[in-house]
Design a protein around this ligand. Structure first.
Ligand code: PGA
Length: 250
């Protein structure tokens, strides 16, 4: 069995000082866990300091986004190369908050996934349906479109390396998570889609995200289809987060 991948998305929380304090505490709490991959995603301003604080530990660092150009007149943007240099090794791409609040499309997600690979970052590509789409039974059409366009042009090898986060939009920050069975059913469809796309390779890690917490993590991770979780709110406090990571490693 692959080591579960447990990622914490801090969103727009934590100063540089908060991030460093958190990572220093977390690295001690998880230092004996090797059966799990732990990643946290600070804001851009805290990336470098968090990565320094995580150096030589088993805590990985992700950016929450990236821009697809290497450098240039793109005010406010940060490139994959800059993120990699700051010490991160992952980048979240296409989070539903980026899609709904900042106008990201499947086409921009695609450019970012490609750029992440070019910069030596592993993309964590987010997909997921809204409540309306779910109620209209469009979940698989939406995921099909998001993957078809978002992963366009990638080699089978790249698809095997990336991480997919299935995050139903209706479950993010709402306290309403998908049941383990529901999540597993959707994951199985995503995995089948990826197998078809890569002619049989099944290496892509597929995470579930949306109101994951200490109470529901064990039941979700007991589903073999889930390779890990992407967690927002419940990742903000290091002791609780380390506990959740421990649950995953158990
Ligand atoms: P949540 O967020 O765990 O707070 O629902 C998940 C996410 O946005 O990745």
């Amino acid at each position: 069995m692959r080591a579960p991948f447990i990622a914490g998305n801090w969103k727009m929380y934590k100063t540089v000082a908060d991030a460093v304090k958190y990572v220093k505490e977390l690295r001690g709490l998880v230092k004996d866990l090797d059966a799990v991959e732990v990643v946290v995603a600070p804001t851009f301003t805290a990336l470098f300091a968090a990565a320094e604080a995580a150096r030589n530990s088993n805590v990985g660092i992700a950016a929450q986004d990236l821009y697809w150009e290497r450098e240039g007149a793109f005010t406010g943007e940060v490139s994959g190369q800059m993120i990699r240099e700051a010490g991160a090794t992952y980048a979240i791409v296409g989070h539903s908050e980026r899609r709904t609040l900042f106008g990201e499309t499947d086409a921009s997600v695609n450019r970012k996934v490609v750029a992440a690979f070019a910069a030596g970052l592993c993309p964590i590509a987010c997909i997921g349906e809204t409540l309306d789409q779910r109620e209209r039974k469009e979940t698989f059409d939406v995921l099909d479109r998001q993957m078809k366009q978002g992963l366009d042009g990638l080699s089978a090898e790249q698809i095997g390396q990336l991480v997919i986060a299935y995050e139903p939009v209706w479950a993010i920050g709402t306290g309403r998570n998908a049941t383990p069975e529901d999540a597993a059913r959707v994951h199985a469809e995503i995995r089948a889609w990826l197998r078809r796309r890569t002619e049989g390779q099944g290496a892509t890690r597929i995470l579930y995200g949306g109101s994951v917490n200490l109470k529901n993590a064990a039941a979700l991770l007991a589903e073999r289809e889930l390779d890990g979780v992407l967690v927002g709110g419940a990742s903000l406090e290091p002791a609780g987060w380390a506990e959740l990571v421990r649950t995953a490693a158990a």
